[in-house]
Design a protein. Structure first.
Length: 74
């Protein structure tokens, strides 16, 4: 199990991730409307860490740009 603190930047021109000051910034093309950015975040992290989507949980910050993510399988 791994726990990560992230900041999500929705409506970016392209999807990528970088680390700044110990916090991962994840740029997503999806807008922050009706959970679309959260769905895109889970899909992005699933592909990045090579795990299933159901192995990733947003444990804090469901409606915030700052989130805590738990990855169950690694």
């Amino acid at each position: 199990m791994k726990i990560i603190d992230i900041k999500v930047i929705p409506k970016a021109k392209k999807e990528f991730m970088k680390e700044e000051n110990g916090v991962f910034k994840i740029y997503l093309t999806a807008p922050a409307v009706e959970g679309k950015a959260n769905d895109a975040l889970i899909a992005f992290l699933s592909e990045h860490f090579k795990v299933r989507k159901r192995a990733i949980e947003i444990t804090k910050g469901l409606k915030s740009r700052y989130k805590t993510i738990t990855i169950l399988e690694l």
